[in-house]
Design a protein around this ligand. Structure first.
Ligand code: NAD
Length: 295
């Protein structure tokens, strides 16, 4: 059997970024500046490194980036207060709340405080809930990135047996709903699934979103399957070299699959680009008044 077609997420991400830049320019011509305001709690050093990379990505497409740092002992009331300020500030068009938050902070409750129209990561429960009807204001970036990757690969999920491994709130669950809307027959597996391979082996479309290297090996994959690897893990060799890997044993599975995404260079860069495009789309949606929680 021929080797799988490898989907180039970097190239797709670049095209989506160009689309985002066009949106941002069009909004600029109408007098609207697109912003991304990031809220980060704790570890200022890691926060600064992350912010530098986020700022650069935003600048590339003309989005203004601002970082709001709170100390690691911030309470829910502090985070809520800051998010409300950003919600009320009309110069802020997009908000991201960087995770993880301190252990005693209720993450979902904090995500609930983000204005659903500024929630560029699609994590507010209103946006997550609207997914059930197929039309959130803004959908979770990574799930959107997988759908964009499938489109790039020319895959129509209709009628396919789709197996999603991982039922996390920002990838596995929303993705399962997207695929269901696209009329795939969806199985969502997780840590308590009995005999995972029994499910993965019959998948026409197999998506792994777990964070466990080599979870999916060649014998777990149906010949000719479409395999999308969302997982990200960092392996450190004895020499201290770091390597990013996915959930799929790429070298062996590419001999069996018909289409596969690599890690790095697959879904990751598409997700980053989608976030920027969602930021532009969010600013556009905020222009419409009155704002309503509808698709
Ligand atoms: P999560 O912790 O919310 O969910 C992980 C899921 O994996 C859970 O549903 C758990 O039940 C399941 N799981 C754990 N061990 C398992 C096993 N042995 N067999 C089957 N299922 C198992 O994580 P998440 O936020 O959904 O992220 C999942 C992965 O995707 C992580 O590696 C994360 O880094 C990566 N991720 C990648 C991108 C990207 O842009 N590529 C974006 C977000 C997350």
């Amino acid at each position: 059997m021929a080797e799988a077609r490898i989907i180039d997420g970097v190239a797709l991400g670049r095209r989506i970024k160009e689309e985002a830049a066009r949106h941002v320019r069009a909004l600029g011509a109408e007098g609207v500046r697109v912003s991304l305001d990031a809220v980060m709690v704790g570890d200022p050093e890691a926060g600064e490194i992350y912010a530098r990379s986020q700022r650069k990505k935003c600048q590339d497409v003309g989005i203004e980036y601002r970082l709001h740092s709170l100390s690691g002992d911030a309470k829910e009331a502090d985070i809520r207060g800051l998010l409300r300020e950003l919600n009320d500030d009309r110069s802020v068009t997009g908000i991201v709340l960087n995770l993880p938050l301190p252990r005693d902070v209720d993450t979902h409750a904090m995500q609930y405080c983000i204005d659903p129209y500024k929630d560029v990561e699609g994590v507010n429960p209103s946006n997550i809930g609207l997914l059930l009807y197929g039309g959130p204001i803004i959908a979770p970036c990574t799930a959107l990135a997988v759908m964009a990757t499938l489109k790039e690969a020319g895959v129509n999920p209709r009628g396919l047996d789709a197996v999603v491994v991982g039922q996390g709130s920002i990838v596995g669950k929303p993705l399962s709903l997207f695929l269901l809307h696209e009329m795939a027959t969806v199985t969502c597996c997780h840590i308590a699934t009995r005999d995972l391979c029994e499910h993965t082996r019959r998948a026409d479309l197999l998506i792994a979103a777990v964070g466990k290297p080599d979870l999916i090996r060649a014998p777990d994959v149906k010949p000719g399957a479409i395999v999308v690897d969302v997982g990200i893990s960092t392996l450190i060799s004895r020499k201290g070299e770091r390597r990013i890997v996915g959930d799929v044993a790429f070298d062996e599975v590419k001999e069996i699959a018909s289409v596969i995404t690599p890690v790095p260079g697959g879904v990751g860069p598409v997700t980053v680009a989608i976030l920027l495009r969602s930021a532009a789309e969010a600013a556009r949606k905020q222009l419409a008044e009155p704002r309503r929680l509808e698709a």
